[in-house]
Ligand binder design. Structure first.
Ligand SMILES: Cc1cc2nc3c(=O)[nH]c(=O)nc-3n(C[C@H](O)[C@H](O)[C@H](O)COP(=O)(O)OP(=O)(O)OC[C@H]3O[C@@H](n4cnc5c(N)ncnc54)[C@H](O)[C@@H]3O)c2cc1C
Length: 204
């Protein structure tokens, strides 16, 4: 685990707010999870890429930054199974899948932020949501100090909602997500904006 004192968050939030965290704990591997000190739930913040976070003071809370990396892909007869570490960038994941001919996530391209934050608000755009493909979220529980594997139903996904925004808020860290993307694919063009501009499937 990397520990950085007096860490400037100016380039880690999309408002470029000048704020300094007294300590940032950067988690580079799952082994680092056991080294997180016991923190009061009120005085720390789990930070992805900070695109949906607003710091309102010059002194920020202690930051825990999951920076786990890695993507692995397997397949069965009908689907690709994509396992992604939470520190990966969401748009890079979408691009990488589309370049490999694995389709389904394209409507969610260009949504800023990390993979780990995607389940938190169940990101969505143009008629498609993260939960449409999510089959598992691995979540490190601070209280039991174990990684729990939650299936999509356990995550209580709703419109920009999940268990991670509510009951599990600041109680653990999303370490990995698993997505299932069907091999037989139809672009989803039903969203009003897309049909209005007559985007052809070949554009994707
Ligand atoms: C220009 C712009 C366009 C956007 N467009 C869309 C859009 O089309 N659709 C949409 O749904 N959203 C959109 N958003 C919102 C944003 O993209 C999402 O909320 C994204 O998931 C934020 O990712 P992040 O890594 O920056 O999260 P952060 O801002 O770092 O964190 C957001 C929340 O997630 C928690 N969190 C982050 N990582 C973890 C983790 N590993 N474990 C546990 N909790 C974690 C944080 O504690 C915080 O509560 C947009 C934002 C911007 C600025």
């Amino acid at each position: 685990m990397e520990l950085i004192k007096q860490f400037s968050l100016q380039h880690n939030n999309s408002f470029n707010i000048k704020t300094v965290s007294p300590i940032l704990y950067q988690l580079n591997s799952l082994r680092d999870l056991s080294e997180i000190p016991d923190l009061d739930a009120e005085c720390f913040y789990i930070l992805g890429e900070g695109t949906n976070s607003l710091f309102v003071d010059t002194i920020a809370p202690v930051i825990i930054k999951p920076a786990f990396k890695g993507i692995s892909i397997s397949e069965n007869d009908t689907n690709y199974i994509v396992n992604v570490a939470s520190g990966e960038n969401w748009h890079d994941l979408v691009t990488s899948c589309v370049q490999k001919g694995i389709n389904g996530l394209e409507n969610l391209a260009l949504i800023p932020g990390s993979v780990g934050a995607a389940p938190v608000q169940n990101i969505g755009a143009y008629g498609v949501e993260f939960s449409d493909f999510c089959i598992q979220v691995n979540w490190y529980d601070f209280s039991s100090k174990t990684i729990k594997c939650l299936n999509s139903r356990d995550c209580l996904f709703g419109y920009r909602e999940s268990i991670f925004k509510n009951e599990f808020f600041n109680k653990g860290i999303i370490t990995e997500v698993s997505l299932s993307l069907p091999k037989i694919w139809q672009p989803k063009l039903s969203y009003l904006w897309l049909t209005g501009f007559r985007i052809e499937p070949k554009c994707f």
